[in-house]
Design a protein around this ligand. Structure first.
Ligand code: DGJ
Length: 744
């Protein structure tokens, strides 16, 4: 073992090999292989990503052919070698590859041409962290190896380090990119994708997760065709409108069978996933920070670290891919003391009271919550400044005396005396005009000089790229969290970024504002979560507007959507589960008719949908009947029993609500000794179909007992013959099946 120039330990373990003779790198574990090679002229070409192969014998070297209108290598006369048709690992612009570039650089002379060739590489054990950015990690260096290939544009001395980490026991390759200006002139990075991957000619579908506020992450699947299809956010955050996850799969891939490649961006700001089918039916995927409004100045010797992309390969369909993401995100993205702790069942006062509450009203809800066994009270928006509606006080994180005349500590002590935990809501990135913070620091928000900033929900965005702004918010939050005995924080964000201009940056650096915002946000999150390691942190952005792998590095769970309607939640939670674990998705039972959709649904259905996530309630318990409270008590008791299987079992989607009048999924304990399946029927019918439910993920050789009925059935039978479900004669019904292995 030796130490490299980066002070990382060199290893000879066989997760990554380099064949000097063929110039091929082979990253492999027992599941997958990733092959790339140094091709003619030092071009880094892509060969293969997929199911594991033992040894590569050179069959995927790109064929050579003289192609019209596709340039050749500078300084050569070989017309059969073209960067426009080669499968490549990372492309610049202007080198004859006319497809989507991963890197766009504006040189000091105004030119954009860049020609990246191999310079060196190293293979190290473990996984280097990414400075200032969230990333998947390892607990021991034995878990993974990393290949770092350095490319260089010789003329400008720009170096590009491509990082590839392969985990020993996961179907994952993590990629990121670091750019270093080793030249003498200042350059501008106009686009830095974190990865590029070229697929050979094969038909592919692309799956994305578009949506809207209160309607997030619906699975969209379409065939990849000629041209460029982009999935992106220019809103400053991940966004409700387009999540930073895509998957490419064979057209016949379904939940259980077929090949699929998932790409999840570990970042919480603007993003772009682009999919381009070229003239030869090859498909290029690039994922990275959106180049819209991005322009990063790099002076000599400066480096730029691009965020990470997690690439998952599965030949067991979409469920196979999702399970790999679920394990990776909850085991090697989520951190902190609450990572593996069972999450408390909450009662949140938002949909119960909105801004109309005071200490005595809340105490009554707390009392009722205690009686039904709820474990935590969450005080939502409206407890600070003089906030009675949403047009004031953001930025003033001091307790609103009118609502808590005895101070917040008295109330939080009361909650604790009832044996419950106490949570509180913040919206730390925002400022209201009507706030002391604005009166003292009118320059703290993002705004373009001479223009009136665009309001949204009557609020404005703090420039999180500025140290003094972050310090101010940190100190206010620290003060409150230290004194009020808080166990949980909900970190909300209720608008997107406009007027992108930072008063502390010069004109030529304004294109850095959005990324600096995210870096500043991450720095603040790191500081707060380190300072308060026992607090359970929950992300939120008007529901699920910032659900991404980056935010999960700081907060292990997120409010999945402001839409609490059980039927709407079926598609939202189904789509979210494609890329994010159930332990990260909070879901609450709210009142009926639902406040967002007006739909009336049975309490049981609402509970079954919410129990399929991190469970809680968001309604006024004091207004419920004795019967309803009794039912809630039973739901709480049941959830406590099944919580470990739900939060840490394997989640398998069974029936897609987008294509059916039904939806079903199952949670199976890692040892397969216990399982909980949920099935939902949307609309009832006068002539209902007889529906069989077939389970998955069980042990075929064992018998399972239905906890409710006592009936014993074989795992093979439950998965293959399945069983007819009871037909309910009403809309929006649901069934929960709890099975435990028996030895008879
Ligand atoms: C949006 C969140 O998603 C809601 O749950 C609630 O906290 C409101 N904001 C409060 O303003």
């Amino acid at each position: 073992m030796t130490k490299s120039e980066n002070n990382l330990t060199q290893v000879n373990e066989p997760l990554i090999t380099f064949d000097q003779k063929t110039q091929v790198f082979h990253l492999h574990n027992k599941h997958l292989s990733y092959l790339l090679s140094i091709d003619e002229g030092g071009i880094l070409s892509h060969l293969y990503f997929g199911r594991r192969i033992r040894n590569y014998h050179g069959q995927r070297r790109s064929p050579r052919r003289d192609r019209g209108f596709s340039g050749n290598l500078p300084g050569t006369t070989d017309r059969t070698y073209s960067l426009d048709s080669l499968l490549r690992e990372y492309s610049g612009k202007g080198d004859g590859d006319f497809r989507t570039p991963a890197l766009v650089v504006r040189q000091a002379d105004g030119s954009h041409t860049i020609f990246l060739t191999y310079r060196s590489h190293q293979i190290v054990s473990g996984k280097p962290s990414l400075e200032g950015l969230p990333a998947a990690y390892v607990e021991t260096d034995e878990e993974a190896q990393t290949l770092i290939v350095t490319l260089e544009d010789e003329v400008s001395s720009l170096r590009v380090d491509l990082f590839y980490t392969i985990y020993r026991d996961r179907n994952v390759v993590a990629r990121s990119v670091k750019i270093k200006n080793t030249g003498r002139t200042t350059i501008h990075l106009e686009k830095v994708a974190s990865m590029q991957m070229d697929f050979n000619n094969r038909p592919l579908d692309v799956i994305s997760l578009p949506g809207a506020h209160a309607n997030e992450r619906h699975q969209q699947r379409e065939a990849v065709g000629f041209g460029i299809k982009e999935f992106s956010s220019s809103r400053g955050t991940t966004s409700h409108q387009m999540n930073s996850f895509i998957a490419l799969c064979d057209p016949d891939t379904n939940e259980f069978h077929g090949e699929v490649y998932g790409f999840s961006f570990v970042y919480s700001g603007n993003h772009k996933e682009s999919v381009e089918m070229d003239q030869f039916r090859q498909t290029r995927v690039t994922v990275g920070i959106n180049d819209d409004q991005f322009d990063w100045q790099l002076t000599p010797n400066e480096s730029f670290q691009a965020p990470e992309v997690l690439m998952v390969y599965s030949n067991h369909g979409l469920n196979g891919m999702s399970q790999t993401f679920h394990h990776l995100l909850r085991e090697r993205i989520a951190r902190g003391k609450n990572k593996y702790r069972e999450r408390p069942i909450v009662i949140n006062n938002w949909e119960a009271t909105f801004f109309d509450f005071n200490e005595s009203k809340l105490k009554k809800i707390v009392d009722e919550a205690k009686n039904v066994g709820i474990e935590m009270f969450v005080l939502d928006d409206g407890w600070f400044g003089h906030r009675d509606n949403d047009d004031s006080s953001l930025g003033d994180w001091q307790v609103f005396e009118k609502k808590f005349p005895n101070g917040l500590r008295r109330f939080s002590d009361y909650v604790h005396q009832q044996g419950m935990k106490m949570g509180i809501w913040f919206e730390p990135e925002m400022i209201s005009y009507d706030s002391d913070l604005y009166r003292q620091h009118p320059d703290y928000l993002l705004k373009v000089p001479g223009r009136k900033p665009t309001p949204s929900r009557d609020q404005y965005v703090l420039d999180m790229g500025r140290q003094e702004v972050r310090d101010n918010i940190f100190n206010q939050m620290k003060q409150l969290l230290q004194t009020e005995n808080i166990d949980y924080v909900k970190w909300d964000m209720n608008r997107h970024l406009t007027d992108v201009y930072s008063t502390v940056l010069p004109a030529e650096r304004q294109g850095e504002t959005l990324h600096r915002y995210v870096l500043g946000l991450y720095e603040l999150l790191e500081k707060l979560t380190t300072k308060f390691p026992n607090i359970l942190w929950e992300g939120c952005s008007g529901g699920g507007g910032r659900i991404d792998a980056g935010f999960m590095y700081y907060m292990p769970q997120s409010w999945a959507s402001d839409n609490t309607d059980a039927i709407a939640r079926l598609t939202i939670q189904y789509g979210t589960s494609l890329a994010y674990p159930i332990s990260s998705m909070t879901a609450h039972v709210s009142e009926s008719p639902n406040q967002q959709t007006g739909r009336a649904t049975p309490l049981k259905t609402r509970a079954d949908v919410a129990m399929s996530g991190v469970f809680g309630y968001e309604l006024d318990l004091t207004k419920m009947t004795a019967m309803e409270k009794m039912a809630i008590k039973k739901q709480v008791t049941l959830y406590k029993e099944i919580r470990p299987v739900i939060q840490y079992g394997n989640f398998i989607r069974l029936i897609n609500p987008n294509q059916n009048n039904r939806c079903a999924w199952i949670f199976v304990a890692p040892d397969k000794k216990e399982a909980v399946a949920f099935s939902f029927h949307v609309l009832s019918s006068a002539q209902p179909t007889f529906d069989v439910l077939r389970l998955a993920g069980l042990d075929s050789d064992r018998n399972y007992q239905n906890v409710a009925t006592g009936k014993v059935i074989g795992g093979d039978e439950l998965m293959n013959t399945g069983f007819y479900e009871k037909i309910d004669n009403f809309d929006f019904s649901s069934h929960l099946y709890h099975f435990k292995v028996v030895t008879v």
